[in-house]
Structures are given as C-alpha cells and as structure tokens.
Design a protein around this ligand. Sequence first.
Ligand code: SAM
Length: 255
Amino acid sequence: MRAFSHLTADEIKERAEALGPWFHNIELNGVPTAPNHFLGDYPRIKWHSFADAIPKDLTGKSVLDIGCNGGFYSIEMKRRGAARVLGIDFDEDYLAQARFAAEVTGQDIEFRKLSVYDVGALEERFDIVLFMGVLYHLRHPLLALDLIHEHVARDLLVFQSMQRGSKEVVPVAENYPFWDAAHFDEPGYPKLHFVERRYADDPTNWWIPNRACAEAMLRSAGFEILSHPEDEVYVCRRVSGPENAAVYPARGSLT
Ligand SMILES: C[S@@+](CC[C@H](N)C(=O)[O-])C[C@H]1O[C@@H](n2cnc3c(N)ncnc32)[C@H](O)[C@@H]1O
C-alpha cells in the first residue's frame, strides 16, 4: 500500500479536490473532503447514531461494504480491527476517492469495482455486510437483497435506506382473501414508492420504501431484524430465507 502520510495538508487538499466532488465527508489529516455537504458532516452524523449497535471489536472479522462510495464506513470498520475489509462500488470515481482516503488514513482496505448484482462472483461470505444507502438507487432492490443473502452474508447485515411515507408499521396477516383490499390503503402496510422521473434531483433514485416495507423486504430476503438504532438503519442477522423465496445463481455459474 502506498502511503500518503508524507503529504502536506495543502497537497491533500489539492488531491482531494482533484478527485471530487465527494459525497463522503472524511477528515484526511485535518482536511475535510466535503465540507459543504447538504446533509452536514455526512456520514459521520449518521455513523454516530448507530455506531454502538454493531460490535466495537471486529478483530478477525471480514467485512463487505457494498456501495462503499468514498470509503467512510470501510475505514471505520478497519479502525475497529477487522481483519479484512472489501469495499465495492460500481463507480470508478468513488473508488478512487476511497483508495486515496484509505491510504491517507493508513488503512489497508481492498476496493473493487463491482455491482451489487454481481456479488456472486466474489465466491466468499463475510461476517458483516454493510448495505447502506444503496437500496433506493436500484431498479431491482429485492433482487439485490436476495443476492446478498444467497452469496455474501454470513452473519450480520447493516442496512440503511431512505424512507418516505408513513412510519407506522401494521402487522401483516399470513394471507388475505381476494375481495379483501382495504389493507392496501393502510399507511402502515408495506409500500415501495416508484420514482418514474426524479426525486431530489437524483436520476438514480428508483424505489423508496416506507418503514413497514423496508422491514418486510429484509424479512422476506431472510434477514432477522436485531435492532433498529436509527430511523433508517437496521442491524440484521442472516437466517434461512422464507420457503417461497427465489434463489438466483451467481452470474458466473449461469454458463
Ligand atoms: C448514497 S451512496 C451511499 C454510500 C455509502 N454506502 C453511505 O451509506 O454513505 C450510494 C452508493 O451506492 C453506489 N451504487 C449504486 N448502485 C450500485 C450498484 N448497483 N452496485 C454497487 N454500488 C452501487 C453508488 O455509486 C454510491 O457510491
């Protein structure tokens, strides 16, 4: 690993600016990468709201950070002592930021260009999978959760999604008769809102769940919710998927 610890603050600022714009505000030897982030000191403020819900000591553990962006969470996982951290993202610009941030902070982390839809190609399971802030950017969100369950999750899944709509959660019955349709209009029934055009000026926002739906999708993909430390964040354990769940082969095994 090349070390950039010899760089002066001015040099770090110059390199960070050249690699920008950044979504992750990461402090690199005193230089913030996204000081004017519209969400404030992001994702540090988010991290502080759930950091206590995951193990403080990750010694010997492996971590997969899906949609790692500028590497903020990958770096925090490594700082907790994880033996191996792999960050994946399908955006080369973000990966370049993540590599630079890891090098400046002296963390040995692997970053690879890979889509969540291709996690089967890793042929490896990880003790902790982070799937933060990616679900609503996908056209096929449940497929992604199914693939994570099928191929890479061994134990914990740390999940975050933007949510819109009601925060109410009504218990879902085992079954409903065909003529019974009133529950679909209940605010607390699981709902996934489709963004045909744009939301928040971001053309990559596609499906935004309400709270009930985020929880139902996790359960349906085979993740038991252990804790809900922050509005949008869930810590889950991989369990057997429901009997009727679809199983998708790794892309590489289709031939
Ligand atoms: C809102 S950012 C979240 C970044 C980080 N996980 C966090 O929570 O702060 C979404 C990230 O997901 C990545 N992403 C979107 N679709 C992806 C896909 N199909 N496979 C892998 N990464 C994806 C984007 O490039 C971006 O870095």
